[in-house]
Write a protein that binds this ligand. Structure first.
Ligand code: ATP
Ligand code: MG
Length: 346
């Protein structure tokens, strides 16, 4: 007689992979941030266990003035993320400076990385050049090591970054492997997740929209401001009259249309007429302002709804930081035990 074997116990659900992503609180979130990170982040939170770091300590790597602005910028950063659809139930939003364990983890990692290795990060030279820093501080040199502490304190598996940050993630991977080899297996070796998202030019035609450049359209600009900024946008500099054939490729107004105007037929029609000198800049821009405002309306509405609770940002940060801190404390305990530093009850 055959017996029916008892059903095997249901397999434990596979833990979702963890993503660590972050923002330096540089100010308002703008439509460039949306294109480069926010939209992707909103998609990823469905699939992954997402941690979103607000990296206020990182602000000090390049600037020790204007620190009084950081608090405002933290609020703007968090509110921008919430307004585009980051859900604090699914995404743990936390403040770097309120997880002091990160600083201790950074200290241990700093002992493992040689000075020439830290100097070999290409973004260091770029930042020094762009910001006219003659001699990097010890903190700026250590910026990618602090980033490794950010990622590894919550044991991130995946890190969505731009191509320019690949070298930072490579250093994080080296640190994770090095730690595991020296002391025992504590860390996953995280992978970069590098989507091809493109760069949104500034309203001034510069290659990158950026707060520090002042060529931005903020996610929270009101409709009139958006219209004014769009009407002042840079287009094809060689085109003088509406009857001149114009250049569409690389023309910021059309780059924006491609990103933000869902009416593809309208965009193709405008491009065709622009190329053949049958539409003026004013019409192209007016239609862009309409499309951008339609895109921004739900974001502005969500912000207004969120702000009905005036303490929303503080609450989101407090909850997320408590969660992230518990993770960092556990990681640090594991590290100390692996390193045989768990003396006196540590
Ligand atoms: P800013 O450069 O505006 O002063 P920021 O320092 O917050 O502000 P970055 O640190 O340069 O901005 O970028 C933060 C993230 O947003 C990065 O992943 C970057 O790729 C993305 N990002 C910023 N600006 C743009 C843009 N104009 N187009 C696409 N992605 C962008
Ligand atoms: Mg920047």
């Amino acid at each position: 007689m055959t017996m029916t074997a008892p059903a095997p116990p249901a397999a434990a659900p596979k833990a979702r992979k963890r993503i660590l992503t972050g923002d330096r609180p540089t100010g308002e979130r703008h439509v460039g941030h949306y294109v480069g990170t926010l939209a992707n982040r909103v998609r990823l939170q469905d699939e992954y266990d997402t941690f979103l770091l607000v990296a206020d300590h990182h602000m000090m790597t390049t600037r020790l003035t204007g620190l009084e602005e950081i608090e405002h910028n933290i609020r703007a950063t968090v509110l921008g993320n919430l307004a585009v659809g980051i859900d604090p139930e699914r995404t743990t939003i936390y403040l770097q400076s309120q997880v002091p364990e990160v600083a201790e983890i950074f200290l241990y990692f700093a002992m493992m990385v040689t000075v020439p290795r830290a100097q070999r990060i290409p973004t260091l030279k770029e930042q020094m050049r762009d910001l006219r820093i003659a001699h990097p501080s010890y903190g700026l040199l250590g910026y990618p090591i602090l980033q490794a502490a950010d990622i590894l304190c919550v044991k991130g598996d995946l890190v969505p970054v731009g191509q320019d940050q690949r070298s930072h993630i490579e250093l994080t991977r080296e640190i994770a492997r090095d730690f595991n080899d020296r002391f025992g297996p504590v860390f996953p070796v995280p992978e970069p997740l590098i989507p091809e998202l493109g760069m949104l030019p500034g309203t001034d035609g510069g290659t990158k929209m950026g707060n520090s450049i002042g060529n931005v359209i903020d996610l929270f600009d009101d409709a009139k401001t958006v219209e004014r900024k769009v009407m002042g946008m840079y287009t094809d500099p060689n085109r003088i009259r509406a009857t001149d054939p114009g250049k569409v490729e690389g023309n910021p107004v059309f780059v924006y249309h491609d990103f933000f105007n869902p009416d593809r037929a309208e965009v193709e029609d405008l491009k065709e007429r622009y190329r053949t000198g049958r539409v003026g800049d004013v019409e192209v821009k007016k239609r862009l302002a309409v499309a951008l405002n339609a895109f921004l309306d739900p974001i502005r509405e969500r912000r207004d709804a969120l702000l009905r609770d005036p303490r929303i940002v503080e609450e989101v940060i407090a909850t997320g930081t408590a969660r992230a801190r518990a993770e960092a404390q556990r990681t640090l305990r594991e590290m100390r035990a692996a390193m045989k530093l768990d003396y006196f009850g540590a």
